[in-house]
Design a protein around this ligand. Structure first.
Ligand code: ZN
Length: 305
């Protein structure tokens, strides 16, 4: 099993895009800065989609403009098509992340074209990203289940992963976009994808919709996944997926991993403090448990004092 896992903070994109209110650009920049101060070195900071579809991300360029230039941090911009890629490139992201949905119905709803058309667009975009010197990753979304088509055939996910991997991305991610996966399903599907793509780094993206998110994350790490998406406080969802809830909380994920002997390089106390700050900005409590329950064993020491 891995002894080190990279946490990719996706709250500034996946989290905030499903919030009913739009946070000011400066607040987004403070969120990202706090996450970097806590030790997170790779973050999905914005998505370059049409502002009519996702008004929360309308200031993507301004967010990139306001972020400090750091050689030790990777800013990822999520894209769904060529137009998004052009914007992300112009805005100065370090890495683009493209999503291709495993179900055709969901792909059409999310990106307005078929899965095949998205794969073709991805292969073109990846070639351009390489020429531009950008890092590029790709996510197979709804890999564990689709809100419109139901069960997704694992062999189909493997085939799709093989096709998008032909562009030689920095990694291939599997996303449980609507939070339906179970740990055994994660073990089985990751096993199949890893066998089909030997040597390809894999990342996973889980939502805690049915409270299986952390169990899925642990299962993924056990079968060799080296990077996990999470959002501080567990904020977020997907506005196009019915009843979706937040990403797995960065706070709770770090606690689970570190108590299991898996390093993340991220300071849990600073993440918890950011969670509380974020709750204040959003005007409501966040789903993460750690900020409420406290750390262990520091929590006991605190009570005894
Ligand atoms: Zn998501």
């Amino acid at each position: 099993m891995n002894t080190q896992v990279e946490i990719v903070e996706v709250g500034p994109r996946d989290g905030l895009q499903s919030e009913p209110d739009v946070l000011p650009t400066e607040t987004k920049i403070e969120y990202i800065t706090r996450a970097m101060d806590a030790g997170i070195r790779r973050l999905e900071v914005a998505s370059f989609v049409h502002p009519r579809r996702v008004p929360q991300m309308a200031d993507a360029e301004a967010v990139l403009e306001g972020l400090p230039e750091r050689d030790d941090v990777i800013y990822i911009g999520l894209i769904l098509n060529r137009r998004g890629f052009d914007r992300a490139l112009a805005a100065g992201v370090d890495e683009v992340g493209m999503a291709v949905v495993a179900s055709d119905t969901f792909n059409r709803r999310n990106q307005g074209v078929s899965s095949d058309e998205s794969v073709a667009a991805w292969l073109d975009i990846a070639a351009d990203a390489r020429r531009a010197g950008l890092r590029y990753n790709v996510t197979v979304s709804a890999a564990f289940g689709c809100p419109f088509e139901g069960e997704v055939e694992p062999r189909h996910v493997v085939e799709l992963a093989k096709r998008v991997a032909e562009a030689e991305p920095v990694e291939v991610a599997l996303a449980d976009t609507i939070g339906v996966a179970s740990p055994q399903q994660v073990i089985d599907l990751i096993g199949m994808v890893a066998e089909a793509l030997p040597g390809m780094p894999l990342r996973c993206h889980f939502h805690n919709t049915r409270n299986t998110g952390l169990a899925n994350a642990f299962a993924a790490v056990q079968v060799g996944v080296r990077a996990l998406d999470a959002s501080i406080g567990g904020i977020g969802g997907c506005p196009f997926a019915p009843a979706a809830t937040g990403n797995i909380p960065t706070d709770d994920l770090i606690y689970m991993l570190e108590r299991s002997g898996i390093a993340t390089g991220v300071d849990l106390s600073q993440v918890m403090a950011t969670s509380e700050w974020l709750a204040g900005q959003l005007g409501r409590s966040v789903p993460a448990m750690l900020p409420r329950a406290g750390r262990f064993p520091e929590q006991l020491a605190g009570n005894a004092a």
